[in-house]
Each structure stands twice: as structure tokens, then as C-alpha cells.
Ligand binder design. Sequence first.
Ligand code: PXG
Length: 310
Amino acid sequence: MALTPFIKGGEGDLNTMGLKIYLNGKLVDRDKAVVSVFDHGLLYGDGVFEGIRSYDGIIFKLKEHIERLFQSAHTLMLEIPLSKKELERAVVETLKANRLENSYIRLVVTRGEGDLGLDPRKCRKACLFIITDKIMLYPKDYYEKGLKLITVPTVRNHPEALNPQLKTLNYLNNILAKIEANNSGFDEAILLNAQGYVTECTGENIFFIKNGALWTPPPYVGILRGITREVVMRIARRLGFTVLEEPFTRHELYTADEVFLTGTAAEIVPVSMIDNRLIDENCPGKLTARLMAEFKKTIPREGVRYKAKG
Ligand code: PXG
């Protein structure tokens, strides 16, 4: 998890012991949802995942998340044991079993059980599980006052080493960056690539606004092609912004009019300060606030509908 969320109660079972987990075709109790210590997801981080959200009985951009999961798995030559349609149904079934209308959904596929060597050919069958839980919301303060970011020494993974476009179970690059931000007392980290260009934060994409144009780094600098990022770029174009996917350095961020981050859990969250440079004292800025409002409106329209209760 990138930023620090709060768990919202009031729905489902507050005691997570009642939670049902989808594990390899079955809905099992939380304490029965266990995987082998020989699973290569655990031994090597060999696997893929998605973090998804549902809002009032609509799974936001479910098809896009499933598509990205399949694309990450394709590059890793990891065979997902369900079709896209079956996976969609499994997500809905898990939400229904837990009677969750507003939920955080974690979809995980690991290489499965193998031996202690790293050769994936030893893993006969992938392991698939789905956790649905109460939604975790970020503190209201983040949206009203903005985040304080710091660029960290850890460099974003080089795309030719482990492409950040793959959402794999190996998140150590991001975790190191998060530790560095924590140690410095900042809310979140900005990772640069080896050439010094801005990439993204530990679990969010980054945008800035300057003279009415919206900028965000292109995927080739080394970022996850965020689904929220795509939605925000589309909304911005519709609102008449010039949207630029071009590499930029920290200087462009320091001198921006407004900066914000996007992600499934965070949605759109404004940034007030970067490396102790004040970005925007009226946080969120006018244009960020407009995008935040428009984003809220798109949520009910873009997803897979389900009935959690009854
Ligand atoms: N960059 C990185 C490195 C991410 O991990 C994003 C950008 C934003 O992508 P989406 O598609 O969400 O707009 C992410 C997403 C979690 C969690 O629980 C992480 C993400 C999303 C949801 C939950 O850690 N990261």
C-alpha cells in the first residue's frame, strides 16, 4: 500500500474472521485461505496482482484491471487458470459472499507450488486468490491539505530489467522508496529513473498542471500504466486540457501550478509540497479540484454492476 489508508467500517462483518476468500475455485474462510511455503509467489515474488475498487455495487473498471492482469501474466508466461469472463464472475461471487457493496478487491495469481529452485517449469499450476474487504479510505486531510512528497535515492526499476508496466508481486523497488519517504517524515516518495526523469510514486501515478496543460510521464520512462491515470487523461481532454505524455524532471514539478497523484485507492489526491518546495498553498488547486469532481461523476458509469445483498 502506498499512502496510509483508514479502514471504513459500517459494512460487512467488522470481524474479518467471517470473511470469505476465493482460493483456487472455492470460497473458503479466512483462516483456511492458506498457500504453500513452496509457492513461488512467496519464494521469488513470481506472480501478478491487481488492486480494484467497488463503489455502491459497481466494480470500477473491472474489465480493464483483468486485462492488465492478463497482460502482466502474459509477459511472465504465467498461465491464469480462468478465462477473463470466469475471473470476472469469481470477483462478483466473492463480493456477494461477503455482502460488500463498497470494497477493496485484491486479485492475485502466483506461479504456484514448485521446488526450492527458481525454475518456473517446476510449478505445475498457478495459484489464484481473491480477497475482498472493506474499503480503505485515505484521511480527509490528504484531499484538503495535500500531500508532502520527497524524491528518494532509490531509482525506479529499469524497464529492461523489470518493466514497471508489469504489476508483479515483486514490489521491493516501491517498498524501498516508501521506507525512504517514511524515514524522512514525508507522506509519499517520488521515484526518478536512471536518467533523472520523474516516473511515479510508490503506488500512484503523478501529474502536474502548468499554464493550463496537464503533464504526466510516458510509460517508457518506467511507470505502471495506471487505470486511474487513463481515466483522468480522458476526462482532462474532454474538459479541454492539453494533455502531454512527455518526460520531465523535478524542476518542472517544483515550478508547476498544481501537482496531483492518481491511483485506485487514492483516486485523485493533491500535492502541496515537493522536496520542501511549496507547490500550491491553495491545495487542492482549482483545476485539480475540477478533475476530482469530474472523476467522482464517472465512477457510477464505468464498471461491472452486481448485487451484493439479497
Ligand atoms: N503506480 C504504481 C506503482 C501502482 O502500484 C498505480 C501507479 C496506480 O494505478 P491504478 O491502476 O490503480 O490507477 C499503482 C497502483 C495497494 C494498491 O493496495 C496499489 C495500487 C493500486 C491499488 C492498491 O497497494 N497501485
